[in-house]
Design a protein around this ligand. Structure first.
Ligand code: C5P
Length: 408
C-alpha cells in the first residue's frame, strides 16, 4: 500500500494511544504526517510523534517555518485521508461549526479528502446533547466516526466515551484507504517480462515483452491484499511498490526463483520465456570473420515454467494462469495450450502485426475449460483488474461451496 494519512492529535488523555495507531499504520506501509494541537501537546510530545511517524510534526498555523515547509492548504490535500485520533469534544464542536482558528481546524476546513475521527472523552461529555448534535452534524457532513467504547474512563467514571481499540482504529483507517481487500491472506506469484538467453557476453536471444502486463497484474493483486512475489526478466518499466521482486535474466533462473517462492495460492505466468537457449554460450565475444559463414547456434529447450508449476505434485498453486501470445487461430491454440500446460485459465493475446508487446493497450480472450470472454481494446491495468476480479470470484465461490457442503 502506498498511501498517506494526516493524523491530528487533539487534547485528550487518550492522546498517547495515537502513538500506537501511528506505529501500526506504518507497519501497513502507510506514510504518516502529524498535526499536534495545543491541547494534544499537553499529553504527547512532538519528539515522540516525529520518531514514530518518521515525518515532520506540525502544530502552528502562524508559524513561518511550518507554512513555508508545507502550507496548511497543501497539508490538507496532499494526504489520502485525515484521521483525528483522539478527537476531543472541543475539536468535534469546532469541526461541526467549521471553525478555523488553528492549524488543525484550518486544515480540516480546507481539505478535499475523506476525514475519519475517533472521539475520546468523559461519558457525560460524550452523551451531552451538544456533543451528540455535533456528531450528527459531522455524520451529515460525511465525516466517518469510529464510535468510542464503553468501559472504565481515565476520569474514574464508567461509561461510553473511551477511545476505540487501537486495532479497530487502524483497521478502519486502512479500510478507508484501500477499500475491501478480497485477496488479503492469499499469496501470489507472478512471472513477467522477457528472458535474455546469452549467445556470448554481448548478444542474447530475447523478445519484445516489456513487462507492462505482468507488472500491472502484480500491482492489482497487491492492491487486492495479496502477498505478491514478482519474478521478472529484464525490463525498463518501473516495478510495482510493496511487491517482493526477484530480477532474473534467463529461463532457468526464473524457474529457480519461482520454485523458491512457493507455496503460493495463485500463480500468473505472464513472462514471455524464451523457448530455447544456446546449449553452450561462448565465453568470449563471437568474432565476425569476413568471407566465412555465419556461426551455427546450437539450441536446446528451456524449462517450461507454466507447465512445471501446473503439474507440481505437492506444491501446485491452487490457481495457475497462463498467457498465450498467438499470431493465428488464437482461440484454438489457446485451448490447446490450456490442455498441454495443465493450467486452469489462459489469457490469449493476438500479437500479430506488432500489437500488444510494449503497448499500454491490449486485447485478449479470457479462456477456461468452461468459458471464453473477449476483452477488447482495454488498458493493461484494466485487464489486470478484470483478472483479479475473476480470481476473487473463483476463491469466493469456492468458499461458498465449502460452507454449503458443511451445512448439507
Ligand atoms: O508455450 P508458450 O510460450 O506459447 O506458452 C505461453 C505461456 O507459457 C505463458 O504463460 C508463459 O509465461 C509460459 N511459459 C513458461 N515457460 C516457458 C515458456 C512459456 O512459463 N519456457
Amino acid at each position: 500500500m502506498s498511501k498517506s494519512v494526516l493524523v491530528i492529535i487533539t487534547g485528550s488523555i487518550a492522546a498517547y494511544k495515537s502513538l500506537d495507531v501511528i506505529r501500526q499504520l506504518r507497519e501497513h506501509n502507510v506514510r504518516v504526517t502529524a498535526i499536534l494541537t495545543k491541547g494534544g501537546a499537553e499529553f504527547v510530545t512532538p519528539l515522540s510523534l516525529a520518531a514514530l511517524s518518521g515525518g515532520p510534526v506540525y502544530n502552528d498555523l502562524f508559524s513561518l517555518k511550518d507554512e513555508s515547509e508545507m502550507g496548511h492548504i497543501r497539508l490538507s490535500r496532499e494526504h489520502d485521508l485525515i484521521a483525528v485520533v483522539p478527537a476531543s469534544a472541543d475539536m468535534i464542536a469546532k469541526m461541526a461549526v467549521g471553525m478555523a482558528d488553528d492549524l488543525a481546524t484550518a486544515t480540516l476546513l480546507a481539505t478535499d479528502k475523506p476525514v475519519i475521527i475517533a472521539p475520546a472523552m468523559n461519558s457525560r461529555m460524550w452523551e451531552h446533547k451538544a456533543t451528540q448534535r455535533n456528531i450528527a452534524q459531522l455524520c451529515k457532513d460525511n465525516i466517518r466516526i469510529i464510535e468510542p467504547e464503553a468501559g472504565d474512563l481515565a476520569c474514574g467514571e464508567v461509561g461510553s466515551g473511551r477511545l476505540a481499540d487501537v486495532e479497530t482504529i487502524v483497521d478502519r483507517i486502512v479500510h478507508a484507504l484501500v477499500g475491501d481487500q478480497p485477496l488479503r491472506g492469499f499469496s501470489a506469484l507472478v512471472t513477467s517480462g522477457p528472458t535474455f538467453e546469452p549467445i556470448d557476453p554481448v548478444r542474447f536471444i530475447g523478445n519484445r515483452s516489456s513487462g507492462k502486463q505482468g507488472n500491472a497484474i502484480a500491482k492489482a493483486l497487491e492492491q487486492a491484499g495479496a502477498k505478491v512475489t514478482l519474478v521478472t526478466g529484464p525490463t525498463a518499466e518501473t516495478l510495482p511498490e510493496n511487491v517482493k521482486t526477484i530480477r532474473v535474466e534467463i529461463a532457468q533462473e526464473m524457474l529457480t526463483a519461482c520454485k523458491a517462492s512457493l507455496p503460493a495460492d495463485i500463480a500468473v505466468c505472464c513472462a514471455a520465456v524464451s523457448d530455447w537457449r544456446i546449449k553452450s554460450p561462448c565465453r568470449e565475444k563471437l568474432k565476425k570473420h569476413t568471407n566465412t559463414s555465419a556461426p551455427e547456434l546450437d539450441l536446446v529447450l528451456n524449462p517450461d515454467i507454466l507447465h512445471t508449476l501446473s503439474t507440481l505434485k505437492n506444491n501446485r498453486p491452487k490457481l495457475v494462469i497462463g498467457f498465450a501470445a498467438e499470431t493465428e487461430s488464437v482461440r484454438k491454440n489457446a485451448l490447446q495450450k490450456l490442455k498441454s500446460k495443465g493450467c486452469d485459465w489462459i489469457i490469449a493475446n493476438d500479437v500479430s502485426e506488432g500489437k500488444i508487446f510494449g503497448k499500454d493497450m491490449t486485447s485478449a480472450q479470457f479462456i477456461t475449460k468452461q468459458t471464453n470472454e473477449a476483452w477488447n481494446s482495454i488498458s493493461k491495468d484494466e485487464l489486470a483488474q478484470r483478472l483479479v476480479k475473476k480470481i476473487t470470484t473463483h476463491f469466493t465461490s469456492q468458499n461458498v461451496k465449502i460452507i454449503t457442503k458443511k451445512k448439507g
